[in-house]
Design a protein around this ligand. Sequence first.
Ligand code: UTP
Length: 477
Amino acid sequence: MEEGTAHVGIEEIHQTLAACGQAHLLTFWDELDAAQREALLDDLNRVDFEQVACLIPTHVLAVPEAAAQHPIEPPDVVRLGPGSRERIEAAEAGARMVAAGQVAALVVAGGQGTRLGYDGPKGMFPISPVRNKSLFQLFAEAIQSAQRRYGGTVPWYIMTSDLNDAPTREYFAANNYFGLRPENVVFFTQGMMPALGADGRILLDQKHRVAMSPDGHGGTLRALATTGVLHDMARRGIEAISYFQVDNPLVRPVDPVFLGLHRSTGSQLSSITVTKADDLEKVGNFARVGGRTCVIEYSDLPEELARARNADGSRRLNYGSIAIHVFARSFVEQLTENIHAMKLPWHRAMKKVPYVDLESGERIEPVSPNAVKLEMFVFDALPLADRTLILEARRAEVFSPVKNATGVDSAESARRDLTARAAAWLESCGVKVPLRPDGQVDATLEISPLFALDREELAERLAKKPTIRPRDALYLE
Ligand code: UTP
């Protein structure tokens, strides 16, 4: 009887797969043991075959057409001078939001981190220059410090993916949630998308496993709705979601100026920008297209536009996106109200994806890109917002991503930038910092977020000016 049911079950699945040209996923079914069959069925259950079938003609067999052509214009950007009345008022408004418990932090940590090549969730990567604290620990301390400074609870939502959910949760549990209350640290997982061969057939990673990867940081919006996180936020009275990526140790997870300005301008989706380091820097570019704010990926921006200049010689598209945003919860609710109608576009990337050869049954490690991966990007929500805000910040204060093992945007450069920021804060408090002949700081400096979240707080806390000798390591907590 049971066998019969299983048999009917697989027949039905076979038919469903055949109807969308994916019956090959069952090629090895007869060879699989019970556990492997279960694993395969589990994978198949996670795939939205209808959606994949719609995307194949436009995104796999073809390269998606560029959106309707509108001129690409520079965006409107707000600058708040240090010590300006506007900045002080924004900071006060943001602090009130935190105190009232209206702010949540959200880190996206579901990526694969292939470039860094670290064996474990990227958030566990040790990064702080003196104590080697992990990225997760730095964010946890910043959130704890913000709670202490402004009052109120800031729940922290951590988006993982199937690739790293279990080790991430274990890491937090083993470290006592770095002093945060466990009920205020909420994990949720994003969706997965199958990788497809150039012929539109989904790849098998093993005979009993579908080749799948996370659906991109744009998957956050869908996951917020489908996992019940939005309800949890509503229940807690959250109005503003402070969004950041797991790989930026300089980020301020709870930034009162940014939050306050978001609120006072009535923005639905706000972003921090820094001016680009060079014309072709590999960051998204903020722009206005067809009257809407958007981010154009560096790879999609024509080079002549990337190099274009204003009459005064300044760069025409000079505002890079560093993936720091504040979402109004109501805006995310509006976007995800009808999850199937959510309009974030899919982006296509050709990648090397190991797969099982259907003829020989052997697993092949390709030497060149062989598969299409499809991802959504979170900044594609920008043009869907009627009210947006872009606030300029100084790069040295807010951004140094850990993308690569060495060189540009690496652990090494992020540690150097953490030390450089600590040095700048200390110098603004009158502390003498030793420099090397090339101008780099000749010491290793670390200011725990528990000690100070910004230079103003450092000035308040620094009772006695430390003496820093060349090559010293200084840690403040
Ligand atoms: P990246 O685009 O740098 O990708 O992600 P990555 O997976 O971390 O690294 P590579 O490209 O494989 O080397 C930027 C941020 O978005 C998150 C990442 O965890 C990181 O914080 N992200 C990315 C997700 O949460 N989910 C995704 O599907 C993709």
